[in-house]
Design a protein around this ligand. Structure first.
Ligand code: HEC
Ligand code: HEC
Length: 270
């Protein structure tokens, strides 16, 4: 087993064969293939997690142990480490298959980088790519990059292609799932954790407003199939289990459009 170079990440023990090469040498050909490949969900094959999942307190401790981030240095790293080639100079991914990072909360970005390093997040080849890209980042670099993305405005992307969900008579519209959930399927309202405006919530609950819809659908399918298994208490795996493909797509469109809509008066959570 390869030793992890990140000693400050106590959970870090990358899968055998994990490379030491920096992003530039690794990602170019694979990244291009992944950008062009329209597949929506990761390989729904094996799901073995090499690292144990977080508990709320172990996650809180790991995040608290990270140094203070420097957003200006994060901007430089975003370019010099080639993150920008896939996630954009301003955190806006140029292809439908790569996530936007602009406006994302520090805690969530930092957790994702720790999860990619430890192999806890590993849905298919894209997850492996991010493992290889992220495994050498120091805690300071993670903090700086996370601070940089958090300093950017949330994406307001009207031009990214949206799916066209065909909701059946029994499917629920996205706004209902977001605000009320569906008790019959044990789905808690998305807004109760991700915020009324999709701005993100407590601790690691990420911002969803303006996220790339293709990525959004793909990552929800990955939770649904269990190939994305880094949600500590299995919450996202549980909430997506009962959702239909059309509902997932409708939710992706809802959140992609959210920053483009005027604030809605009278939005009460149940
Ligand atoms: C070759 C393209 C590529 C490069 C270079 C790249 N990424 Fe990624 N990144 C991706 C893809 C694809 C995903 C989605 C992976 C998955 O599904 O697990 C991703 C996911 C992420 C996520 C999780 C986003 C979310 O919403 O969950 C973060 C954070 C991230 N990358 C940060 C970085 C940083 C920081 C760098 C530079 C050190 C970087 N990436 C370089 C393609 C890339
Ligand atoms: C109990 C709180 C909770 C509820 C309710 C909830 N989420 Fe989440 N969600 C989270 C947390 C925490 C994460 C981060 C998990 C991880 O570390 O992978 C997350 C992650 C996500 C992601 C991945 C974001 C990214 O950039 O990769 C999406 C998309 C998402 N949730 C959508 C939804 C939708 C849609 C609903 C409603 C059907 C919902 N969530 C309900 C807490 C919640």
């Amino acid at each position: 087993m390869t030793e992890c170079p990140i000693t400050a990440n106590p959970r870090c023990h990358p899968a055998p064969g994990a490379g030491w090469a920096r992003a530039a040498r690794l990602f170019a050909p694979l990244g291009l293939a992944l950008a062009l490949n329209p597949v929506q969900a990761g390989d729904h094959g094996q799901v073995a997690s090499p690292a144990p999942n977080w508990t709320p307190s172990s996650l809180r401790q790991a995040l608290a142990a990270l140094p203070e981030g420097d957003a200006a240095h994060g901007r430089e790293l975003n370019r010099s480490l080639f993150c920008a080639s896939c996630h954009g100079n301003e955190g806006l991914a140029p292809t439908m298959n790569w996530p936007h990072l602009a406006g994302q909360k520090v805690a969530y970005t930092a957790k994702m980088m720790l999860d990619y390093q430890s192999g806890l997040r590993q849905e298919g080849e894209r997850g492996r790519l991010m493992h290889d890209v992220g495994v050498e980042l120091s805690p300071q670099e993670i903090a700086d990059l996370a601070a940089f993305y958090a300093s950017l405005p949330a994406p307001r992307e009207a031009t990214t292609p949206r799916p066209e969900p065909q909701l059946s008579a029994t499917d629920l519209p996205a706004a209902v799932l977001v605000r009320k959930g569906d008790p019959s399927r044990l789905i808690t309202p998305c807004a109760s954790c991700h915020g009324a405006a999709g701005e993100g919530g407590r601790l690691e609950a990420p911002e969803l407003a303006g996220q790339n819809p293709r990525y959004f659908v793909r990552t929800l399918l990955d939770y649904q199939h269990g190939t994305r298994a880094n949600d500590g208490k299995k919450t996202m795996r549980a909430f997506t289990r009962g959702l239909t493909q059309a509902e997932l797509e409708a939710l992706a469109v809802y959140y992609a459009d959210l920053p483009l809509r005027p604030a809605e008066p009278g939005f009460f959570l149940p």
